[in-house]
Design a protein around this ligand. Structure first.
Ligand SMILES: Nc1nc2c(c(=O)[nH]1)N[C@H]1C(S)=C(S)[C@@H](COP(=O)(O)OP(=O)(O)OC[C@H]3O[C@@H](n4cnc5c(=O)[nH]c(N)nc54)[C@H](O)[C@@H]3O)O[C@H]1N2
Ligand SMILES: Nc1nc2c(c(=O)[nH]1)N[C@H]1C(S)=C(S)[C@@H](COP(=O)(O)OP(=O)(O)OC[C@H]3O[C@@H](n4cnc5c(=O)[nH]c(N)nc54)[C@H](O)[C@@H]3O)O[C@H]1N2
Ligand code: SF4
Ligand SMILES: [Mo]
Length: 691
């Protein structure tokens, strides 16, 4: 590496001009295949690859403007060192050598006392397997740092699926195009899963009925035939009532139940306790709507469920995912390739995590695990009492926890600790970056190698660098390599290049030459994975009753677990707040891209006319949204997208762009889901007042 220029030798595939094949790195189920047009070393445009069937030559608005993000005037282009007080966001430039020498020295001093006092914090800012947990994983394992439980998004639903179907497995997304009934459950597909929506549209053109199950009347709900605007956190009650109707009308596949399921008698008994009238009361839905949905689901072939993570950000999210994942086995929907359920396809990819992350570098040590969803409490913990050492150093990459983690009042307080040493690897000066001691500039996807699995389709994608790293930016891998060298980690795996890491990710399981030539490779998978059972559970059956949950002393059957904060249960905080994604942002990414921010305008709270009138609130009024955890000000929008009793605070804005320097997470709690230790962003009661 040449420190003066910041040129990184591992990025060797720079092309002066031409079209470079890549992959969208963002945390989106679609993982699009990208074509970047480069002229004289400058990326001119980024387009969807027409040769990749799932992408179909189409990108979302966010990534169509990708050059605006990569060449953004506010890109971080040199290493920075804090000069002001913590959190003030004031920095001075420093050389890579000076920054890395000092960071290595500080980490070595802490590690000499207890390496577990050092904590990595990362998520899916890039979903690349290489710029994610490859070199970083090796580094933290060798150091013996605390492990991180990466729960912020999907672990409740993921665990629910695993306990029912055996893993994050399900229908092939392309076959939704042949379904005759599609339940879009907890997903605003038009905003967050556009390429699935294209398949759903194809099905609609061929006569399929589309049903949206979502408290918010989203853009997707607008375009479906039916919309069930249930109260947040009541999905398991709805699923159990559907089962009730399937049973009493005998819309069941008895042969499938007998041969390919476990625990039917117990589930049957449980479901019979949920007549539609009971569910209607709990869900806040007209009973006829539930009956109609049950009839449609019981009598239409093939019927498919596109489940998404929006329904599992509540206390009972794991059980709800379990209940819904049971449905296709009751009707035998799995028998057809256009029937079944899809939450995530990520478990279908043969990723060689051990090769990438090298857990053997732990050398027998078993560091504690910090849950990323409760980072606020973790940073404020004084240490001891079963917690282990107080956290002394935090290395953040691919994530913006100050904006996205729940109960941000506490998160900010933790990041503001003067005795915490914080290193942030970033492309932009986010809310989290403002709290760094060292802020290190990271490359974007156009500037580095990576390889990708996906969670909304079943293709592997390779990303080649299209342009040189901007300024002095480095790939995350390079930063961890250089830190490893300074800490004296001499294992040869710290010398692997990014291209070598790409090759290790799937080993012989995927033809790397195909990836080099085409940019993507489709996994060889059956069309109807569970037509003849064969679930990857211990029993090989769809586990309605889970022996593994029973062994943990938990309810083996799925049930409706009411929210921690049940809508309508509190006189002080009568409104439930959900904070689903804004269409033109991706979590807190893109909030700083002006053309996209202009579409989203400003942080808004959607509120139903009846709730607004009762509070003297009009569209455009500034409102105070508050509960015992904090207060947040933004503008109200009186909108039919909000149902009575539920307000929608579309996220996730950067705090510093909010009216009072906060965002919705000022109000969310650090409580955890029933399964998977996940966050409960949409299990949150508030009151709203005109400010
Ligand atoms: N444009 C855009 N795309 C994104 C993202 C983004 O921020 N912006 N985020 C990405 C990420 S990180 C993820 S995890 C994925 C999936 O992200 P998801 O969190 O699944 O996001 P959405 O598809 O918007 O679906 C959430 C929907 O669930 C609804 N919802 C909220 N509470 C409940 C409930 O209790 N029950 C039911 N049935 N529905 C509920 C919300 O109103 C919303 O419309 O999307 C990804 N794609
Ligand atoms: N209230 C509320 N809060 C939520 C949610 C919600 O629906 N409501 N959604 C939750 C969900 S589903 C998720 S997944 C989390 C997401 O939370 P995060 O994973 O933190 O996602 P982002 O906010 O997109 O931040 C990712 C950051 O990574 C940076 N980045 C991207 N690529 C690279 C790279 O190659 N190197 C480095 N060093 N940095 C990079 C980006 O610039 C960006 O600032 O938020 C959660 N928070
Ligand atoms: S964010 Fe999603 S839809 Fe947009 S380009 Fe990336 S993968 Fe495709
Ligand atoms: Mo997510």
């Amino acid at each position: 590496m040449n420190s003066a220029t910041g040129i990184v030798p591992s990025v060797s595939f720079m092309q002066a001009s031409g079209v470079v094949r890549g992959a969208c790195p963002h945390d989106c189920p679609d993982t699009c295949s990208l074509l970047t047009t480069v002229e004289d070393g400058v990326a001119r445009k980024v387009q969807g690859n027409p040769a990749h069937p799932h992408t179909g030559g189409v990108l979302c608005a966010k990534v169509s403007k990708y050059t605006e993000r990569s060449y953004h005037p506010e890109r971080l282009l040199q290493p920075l060192r804090r000069v002001g007080p913590k959190g003030a966001g004031r920095f001075e430039p420093v050389s890579w050598d000076a920054a890395l020498d000092d960071i290595a020295q500080r980490l070595a001093a802490i590690a000499a006392r207890d390496p577990e006092a050092i904590v990595p914090y990362s998520y899916a800012g890039t979903m690349g397997l290489v710029q994610g947990e490859a070199m970083a994983g090796r580094f933290f394992h060798r150091l013996g740092a605390s492990l991180l439980d990466r729960t912020i998004c999907s672990t409740a639903g993921g665990e629910g699926l695993t306990q029912t179907l055996g893993g994050k497995v399900g229908m092939r997304v392309e076959f939704f195009a042949e379904s005759k009934l599609i339940l879009i459950w907890g997903s605003n597909s038009i905003g967050s899963n556009l390429h699935f929506w294209r398949y759903a549209q194809e099905a609609k053109r061929h006569g399929a009925k589309l049903v949206c199950i979502d408290p918010r009347k989203s853009e997707t709900a607008d375009k479906c035939h039916e919309h069930l605007a249930l109260l947040p956190g009541t999905d398991a009650a709805l699923a159990l009532a559907l089962m009730h109707e399937l049973i009493v009308h005998d819309w069941l596949d008895h042969d499938y139940l007998a041969r390919h399921t476990l625990g039917w008698e117990g589930l049957r008994e449980r479901a019979l306790q949920w007549p539609p009238e009971r569910a209607a009361e709990v869900c806040g839905l007209p009973v006829e709507q539930i009956r109609t949905l049950a009839r449609d689901y019981g009598t239409t072939r093939p019927a498919a469920i596109r489940l998404n993570y929006g329904m599992q950000r509540v206390r009972g999210g794991g059980n709800a995912a379990r209940a819904i994942a049971c449905l296709p086995a009751l009707t035998g929907a799995w028998r057809q390739r256009a029937g079944g359920v899809l939450l995530s396809s990520s478990g279908l990819f043969p990723v060689d995590k051990a090769a990438l992350q090298r857990p053997e570098l732990l050398a027998g040590r078993q560091p504690r695990t910090i849950n990323m969803s409760t980072i606020g409490d973790a940073l404020l913990h004084p240490g001891g009492a079963g917690f282990g050492p107080k956290i002394e150093a935090l290395l953040v990459y691919n994530s913006n926890p100050v904006a996205v983690a729940p109960e941000s009042g506490k998160v900010v307080q933790g990041f503001a600790r003067e005795d915490l040493f914080t290193v942030v690897l970033e492309q932009f000066q986010t809310d989290t970056a403002d709290h760094a001691d060292y802020l290190l500039p990271a490359t974007t996807q156009l500037e580095h190698w990576d390889i990708h699995s996906a969670y909304g389709h079943t293709d592997v994608l390779l990303n080649r660098p299209a342009i040189a790293p901007q300024g002095q930016a480095w790939p995350n891998t390079q930063i961890f390599r250089e830190l490893a060298r300074r800490l004296g980690f001499a294992e040869p795996c710290f010398g692997d290049s990014d291209e070598a890491l790409c090759r290790q990710a799937f080993g012989e399981q995927v033809d790397f030459n195909r990836l080099l030539d085409h940019g993507f490779a489709t996994l060889d998978l059956p069309e109807a994975p569970f037509a003849e059972g064969g679930f990857p559970t211990p029993s090989g059956r769809c586990e309605f009753a889970s022996p593994r949950l029973a062994a943990l002393g938990l309810d083996p059957l799925p049930d409706h677990l009411p929210n921690y904060e049940v809508p309508g249960s509190s006189a002080r905080y009568p409104l439930a707040m959900i904070s689903p994604p804004a269409r033109n942002f991706l979590n807190s990414s893109f909030v700083n891209v002006k053309s996209l921010r202009d579409i989203e305008r400003e942080p808004l709270l959607e509120i139903h006319a009846s709730d607004a009138a009762a509070r003297g609130i009009e569209s455009g009024s500034v409102v105070r949204v508050f509960n015992d955890r904090g207060e947040y000000r933004c503008k109200a929008e009186v909108s039919p997208r909000a149902r009575p009793g539920v307000v929608n605070g579309l996220g996730v804005w950067w705090r510093k762009m909010g009216l009072d320097g906060t965002n919705v997470n000022q109000l969310t709690s650090q409580r955890l889901t029933d399964l998977g230790r996940g966050p409960v962003f949409y299990d949150c009661l508030v009151e709203v007042q005109a400010a």
